[in-house]
Design a protein around this ligand. Structure first.
Ligand SMILES: [Fe+2]
Length: 257
């Protein structure tokens, strides 16, 4: 190594300085090449990441679509047995999503929430036809059997990972704010919020559709009956959100479904 390189600049010869400048230039060029290579590598890496992200998103969308189709098929299978409800699950899911949105729940359109709404009565597959189709009122034993459907339903969907959140609605959709519901007698905020939202949508749909024993209540009357139950059957906050949805929105959902 040239020992004079370490000397102060004024003590070096011109040739030495020229040599030093050349060396520094070469070093600079080498570092610039390295930096350009790294930048290129980073760009390739970012492009790979973008591509992977796009593929992942496409796969997630396909998966969600398949899940939705499966859940709808299951829900239709349950409804096909229950002659009088028509498109109850679809309507009630749409009402529920609307109320969840009005309440300000995060991700009111999430598939998990919709799946719970659509499958709420899946446990009815375990209820015998003689009870499900009985025209008159049920005996105490028959009512007890019928009341098992939320727990049975939660067991059916509970073992399926993508339905884990839905299981909460399935199990708790007949709980009441005042603790008088079933199957667990939960009260107030012990009841999962999605189930509290769903309970309102479920009763609203039941009131506004024809049943073998009565015709549908007009929308305004059904609304008033539900509002009356704030703090007893229903969560008062959910009822506030429900009140903020206009009649036209509900009527439109009823027509679409
Ligand atoms: Fe139910």
């Amino acid at each position: 190594m040239n020992k004079r390189v370490g000397l102060p600049v004024e003590l070096r010869t011109e040739a030495e300085l020229t040599q030093e400048i050349a060396r520094l230039r070469a070093e600079l060029a080498r570092r610039e090449r390295e930096a350009a290579d790294k930048e290129l590598q980073l760009e390739r890496y970012a492009a790979d990441l973008r591509e992977t992200f796009k593929e992942e998103r496409t796969l997630t969308l396909q998966l969600t679509r398949s899940y939705r189709a499966t859940v709808r098929a299951l829900s239709n299978a349950v409804e096909a047995r229950d002659a009088y409800t028509g498109k109850h699950a679809e309507r009630v899911a749409a009402y529920g999503i609307e109320i969840a949105r009005a309440l300000g729940l995060p991700r009111p359109d999430s598939p998990e929430l919709e799946f719970g709404f659509l499958l709420h009565d899946i446990g009815k597959v375990a209820v015998p036809d003689s009870i499900l189709y009985k025209p008159g009122s049920l005996t105490v034993e028959e009512r007890a059997l019928m009341a098992r459907h939320p727990a049975v339903g939660a067991e059916i969907v509970g073992g399926i990972e993508f339905l884990a959140e839905a299981a909460e609605v399935v199990r708790s959709h007949h709980e009441r704010w005042d603790g008088m519901g079933y199957p667990d007698g939960l009260c107030g905020e012990e009841i999962p919020v999605a189930a509290r939202v769903f309970a309102v949508a479920d009763v609203f749909d039941a009131l506004t559709t024809d049943r073998p024993y009565r015709t549908a209540f007009p929308l305004r009357e059904a609304r008033a009956m539900i509002i009356e139950e704030a703090g007893t059957h229903f969560d008062p906050d959910v009822i506030d959100a429900f009140r903020n949805i206009d009649d036209r929105t509900f009527a439109q959902i009823g027509r679409d479904a």
